[in-house]
Write a protein that binds this ligand. Structure first.
Ligand code: FES
Length: 131
């Protein structure tokens, strides 16, 4: 996936985003929580990928799959609203909940804080960079 360039003079990395990473069963990965500062306009998927959190993204971030499914535990109002296309896609994801979103469609627009839980089945721990 291509991570877009962001003009950090216009959008400094000031938004607090915390990822809770469910431990993939049997992987022995122990990085349950990652706290980051993000620039506005970055998507949750881009932010995760550029920081070594490998959320699956089979379609490359164009809202054509549901593999980038996450749960937004706090700060939904600081993200772009879900579109009809996203709602249709996210319904296909396992473990659907009221706070389910497709991380590639969640652009950061507010000041945060934002808390995101990444389901264990959605992490490719083999590719992750240890923290
Ligand atoms: S990566 Fe396919 S919908 Fe987000």
């Amino acid at each position: 996936m291509h991570i877009r360039e962001i003009d950090t003079s216009k959008h400094p990395a000031t938004v607090a985003v915390k990822f809770f990473l469910e431990d993939p069963e049997g992987m022995g990965v122990s990085s349950p929580e990652v706290s980051l500062k993000a620039p506005k306009t970055r998507t949750l998927l881009e932010l995760a990928l550029e920081n070594g959190i490998n959320i699956e993204h089979a379609c490359g971030g164009v809202c054509a799959c549901s593999t980038c499914h996450v749960h937004v535990e706090e700060g939904m109002k600081f993200l772009t609203e879900s579109t009809e296309a996203e709602e249709d896609r996210v319904e296909e994801a396992p473990g659907l909940s009221r706070n389910s979103r497709l991380s590639c469609q969640c652009e950061i627009i507010g000041d945060g804080p934002i808390v995101v839980r990444v389901p264990a089945w959605n992490r490719n721990a083999v590719k992750e960079v240890p923290h």
